[in-house]
Design a protein around this ligand. Structure first.
Ligand code: SF4
Length: 546
């Protein structure tokens, strides 16, 4: 069985360990840059891509707006088609339902097609408690499972492994789980894939119960849809006698025609393909063809909680394409494990807190901060989830959730800043003080930033957490307001003028501020009007008249 995310440290701690792993960073950089390039190429072929994004967002929003009605319609249609529909409020209920189905059929093993919903509820681990082995059949999931590892990517769970590592896992672990890998196995991809195929085929043909998720659930036809690249999903969905599909309630689409948008945007955004090699649909039981007993578990597990969040509910539009992961600079450097969840990257940073609730734990609360807010995720998302806006809103919710009790150093600092900025006199006093501090620090400071500006070193006490990860320039000797008054808005650079705000009488050279006469180069001297003559940048390109 795979390892578990339970007990993972907060994001900054986990990220620090990941950043130190150079092999991991090399593997990730190679994989994400390859997928990024493929995606960009196929997306740029579609002229109406932006219209497809808008359509996808609108369909999902509409589906979420009337979710209750669509779910009831889906249940009605599935039941009419011979499936048995179950409702699960949380992970425990969903796992208990699946375990019961397996027990009813007296099996001690099941085969699974990759499913984020079943990973989210840790179904494999719960089934193991009942003595039932769940075998992953997706190639990447198989690698993760055999390696007793954790998934680190939505689409490519073993993205953090390279070919040599995969060969090693197959050679050392496959025999213990079933058919062994050939002893002369190399790290050539076709050979690795062939070894996995031989290993899995035995399991497919033996398994009585298959377990799946679904990418979409169409309400008006009662149809579940799985799109995939390898074909193992289709084997899982068609070969066993019994099929159990665990489906998040947000996967509902109102009509069959809604699929047309997502079957264009999902493959391009995820694998950089124009269409999925395998698209499987099933609507219940067909006598003599495929599974003769079909169960569908409709899973909430925090989704209605996310739906109630006005800003965050857009996260439920997610079609799990992973495009946001592949463009995220934070994900590319830390990998997926640092997020401590089956949902990593930008979508994981919002989906986990939305499903579990801000304030539910330090690890969850650290996730909305695991972002630079650069916005690349929003640009890439095929359903236009505004992840940066949701992140900012969740940060506010995390702060709100921790109000009361002993105030943190950060909240004390913020309260102090609010008090200072609340009054002009206090702000002026603080600016003067920071100028004096800047003078002192400059004398002792030993670090300098690109461009020559000096910087503070590591601060003591609670400030260490801030300064340990950031450059902190020393405060300028003279504030902008003081400079403005002294120089009449930059029109007069009089040496020795008194700081009208009561600051030091002799103006100090200030990096980035025009200096007083005496240290100017000839072409920077003031013109007769008192204005500084044009500098190189002001002269314009080619001596133009501007
Ligand atoms: S948030 Fe958007 S880009 Fe990220 S996985 Fe979901 S659908 Fe794809």
């Amino acid at each position: 069985m795979t390892a578990t995310f339970v007990g993972m440290p907060v994001f900054p701690t986990a990220a620090r360990a990941a950043l130190a792993d150079t092999q991991l960073r090399r593997n990730l950089a190679h994989a994400t840059s390859t997928i990024r390039a493929k995606r960009l190429s196929v997306v740029s072929e579609v002229e109406e891509w932006e219209d497809l994004r808008l359509a996808g967002a609108a369909i999902k929003d509409q589906a979420l707006l009337d979710l209750d009605q669509h779910l009831l319609r889906l249940e009605e249609r599935l039941t009419a088609n011979g499936a048995i529909v179950h409702w699960a409020r949380d992970a425990a209920e969903a796992c208990a339902i699946v375990a019961q189905v397996a027990r009813d059929h007296e099996v001690d093993e099941v085969v699974k097609v990759k499913s984020m919903a079943t990973a989210e509820i840790e179904l494999n681990e719960r089934l193991a408690e009942h003595g039932i082995a769940a075998w992953e059949t997706d190639l990447a999931e198989l690698i993760v499972q055999l390696g007793d590892d954790l998934p680190s990517h939505i689409l490519v769970p073993a993205i953090h492994r390279n070919r040599a590592e995969i060969r090693e896992i197959f050679l050392t672990r496959m025999a213990g789980a079933g058919k062994a890998a050939p002893a002369d196995l190399t790290d050539d991809p076709p050979e690795l894939a062939a070894a996995a195929r031989q290993h899995l085929r035995e399991k497919f043909l033996r398994a009585k119960v298959g377990i799946s998720g679904a990418n979409f659930a169409v309400a008006d036809t009662g149809t579940l849809v799985v799109v995939e690249s390898e074909g193992n999903g289709r084997m899982c969905l068609t070969l066993p006698e019994v099929l159990v599909s665990v489906v998040g309630i947000e996967k509902v689409l109102p009509t069959w025609t809604d699929l047309e948008v997502f079957l264009q945007t999902l493959p391009r955004s995820s694998t950089g393909e124009r269409m999925n090699p395998y698209t499987s649909t099933w609507s219940g039981v067909t006598p003599g063809d495929g599974p003769q007993e079909v169960h569908v578990v409709l899973l909430d597990n925090g989704r209605t909680r996310a739906l109630a969040d006005e800003v965050g509910r857009q996260a439920l539009r997610c079609i799990r394409c992973s495009a946001c992961l592949n463009v995220c600079p934070v994900y590319e450097r830390t990998g997926g494990h640092a997020y401590g969840s089956v949902y990593p990257g930008p979508i994981g940073a919002i989906l986990n807190p939305l499903l579990r609730g801000p304030g539910s734990g330090d690890q969850v609360d650290s996730l909305p901060y695991a972002s630079t807010l650069c916005g690349a995720c929003f640009e890439a998302c095929p359903v236009r989830i505004d992840i940066p806006t949701v992140l900012v809103d969740l940060r506010a919710q995390v702060v709100d959730a921790h109000r009361g009790g002993v105030p943190s150093a950060q909240s004390v600092a913020m309260k102090g800043a609010a008090w200072t900025f609340g009054s002009g006199a206090r702000l002026r006093a603080a600016t003067r003080a920071s100028g004096l501090l800047g003078d002192v620090v400059r004398r002792f400071g030993r670090r300098s930033l690109p461009g020559g500006r000096s910087a503070l070193g590591r601060l003591p006490g609670p400030g260490a957490a801030w300064s340990g990860a950031r450059d902190m320039p020393t405060p300028p000797s003279e504030s902008f307001r003081a400079w403005w008054r002294r120089t009449a808005g930059g029109t007069s650079e009089t040496s020795g003028a008194r700081d009208p705000e009561g600051g030091p009488g002799t103006p100090r050279p200030n990096p980035g501020t025009p200096t007083t006469t005496g240290d100017r180069s000839p072409d920077q001297s003031a013109d007769p009007s008192g204005r500084p003559a044009a500098g190189p940048l002001d002269r314009g390109v080619g001596g133009g008249a501007l």
